[in-house]
Design a protein around this ligand. Structure first.
Ligand SMILES: Cc1ncc(COP(=O)(O)O)c(C=O)c1O
Length: 408
């Protein structure tokens, strides 16, 4: 891969994102071969919404998790149908709901009373029924999720304690709502088997409890996922085979207990694309200041926010960064910063990399998810980086660099 990355930097310049689609394809094939056929694999567009990436993934996934009108439009442009989309988000506007309904969205996640009221109103206005899932904020928390979105007070989903009441409102509005089931996305970035399997158990137990209490059938259960990726050298990956065995058994047992057939969904973002995206940046300046050596790059947190620790990480640690121009050079301890005039733009502290020189290309690994998509691209007005996709071992530009003036 290092030679492909160096070649891409030479051909397309830096800063640059390179996505290895061949590896993404292999990961999806591995998931397919391991999981029960009733487990649908959805891709969470928020992780990386590049149009060509989405279009290339189309034959390999069962659907997409989208969370805005923009993501819906991008998905449609990439060749997906509304029936491939699951729309979640705590603050959907009336316009976004209408867009989802007009395109026969497979499922809208209901996340609050107001959200439900707005969905019902949109259905009445345009005379269409909405396919809905009730998103639940469960009572039990998965402690092993590095990013927690449920199991406490949360803007995401309806508190489990209030689910019965919401079901009553849904039943009262059956003429415009087609209730499918439940969505529980309670957190993510979990590498721990206990946490991952507890999440599956929590979801199924919560759904079973509500279904029995309300004499309800759920034909769609979205587990979220929470599958983490090893960002840091100290991280150990989880065993996908062991996890899939657990999930397969749990879903079969659930269906037999509830005597019904269910479409299960895993909606994965970072696990599908994170490890297969590389951010390449060139050393612009080397400078010493009071005993520390600073490597100043032509990229930075405006293009790749997470390595700077400003994307909600609990503990900020150094990402895996390498000097691919000097893989065999003696290692040196340096601070790596971006080119922005802000203290936030620190990409690594006291990291050991091959002794850098001006012009060397550094790679930040694990940049495929929440890289460009989650970055403040307008901050300080630099050009956006080019993006390149490697498919069938051939590299192709899939989005050009843009100057801030092109967004006016
Ligand atoms: C509802 C929902 N689904 C899926 C995802 C994707 O999560 P990840 O990229 O960790 O797999 C997120 C991330 O925040 C989310 O909020």
């Amino acid at each position: 891969m290092i030679s492909d990355l160096l070649q891409a930097a030479e051909n397309f310049g830096t800063p640059l994102y390179v996505y290895d689609f061949d590896a993404i394809k292999r990961r999806l094939a591995a998931l397919r071969s391991l999981f029960h056929p009733q487990i649908n694999l959805y891709y969470a567009v928020k992780a990386n919404s590049n149009l060509h990436l989405l279009a290339n993934m189309k034959p390999l996934v069962d659907g997409l998790d989208v969370s805005s009108g923009g993501e819906i439009r991008q998905a449609l442009l990439a060749g997906y149908r509304g029936t491939d989309l699951s729309f979640a988000g705590p603050g959907k506007t009336a316009g976004e709901i209408v867009l989802a309904l007009q395109n026969d969205c497979a499922s809208l996640s209901v996340e609050s009373n107001d959200d439900l009221t707005r969905i019902i109103r949109a259905c009445r206005t345009i005379g269409k029924k909405a396919n809905i899932s009730l998103r639940i904020n469960p009572q039990t928390q998965v402690k092993e999720f590095a990013v927690k979105m449920g199991g406490m007070a949360s803007p995401f989903g309806v508190d489990e304690e209030d689910a019965a009441e919401m079901i009553d409102v849904i039943r009262e509005n059956e003429e415009c709502l087609n209730f499918l089931g439940f969505h529980i996305y309670a957190g993510t970035q979990c590498l721990n088997m206990v946490g991952l399997t507890q999440n599956i158990d929590n979801v199924l137990q919560t759904v079973e409890k509500i279904c029995r209490q309300k004499d309800l059938a759920s034909t769609r259960i979205n587990f979220g996922g929470g599958l983490g990726i090893p960002y840091f050298k100290s991280d150990t990956d989880f065993d996908l085979k062991e996890f899939s065995r657990f999930v397969n058994q749990a879903v079969v047992q659930f269906e037999s207990r509830m005597s019904q057939s269910v479409d299960f969904i895993l909606e994965l973002g970072r696990y599908l694309v994170g490890p297969f995206g590389y951010y390449l940046s060139q050393v612009l300046v080397l400078k010493e200041s009071r005993g520390r050596k600073f490597v100043i790059l032509d990229g930075g947190m405006h293009q790749n926010l997470p390595p700077s620790g400003n994307f909600g990480q609990v503990i900020s640690k150094n990402y895996d960064i390498q000097n691919i121009s000097k893989p065999a050079a003696v290692k040196e301890k340096v601070d790596i910063v971006g080119c922005l005039c802000t203290t936030l733009d620190r990409l690594a502290n006291r990291i050991e990399i091959g002794s850098p020189e001006v012009g060397d290309i550094l790679v930040i690994k694990n940049s495929g998810a929440y890289g460009l998509t989650a970055s403040p691209i307008f901050f300080l007005g630099h050009e956006t980086p080019r993006e390149v996709l490697i498919k069938d071992r051939k590299a192709k530009v899939i989005r050009e660099s843009k100057d801030i003036t092109q967004f006016n």
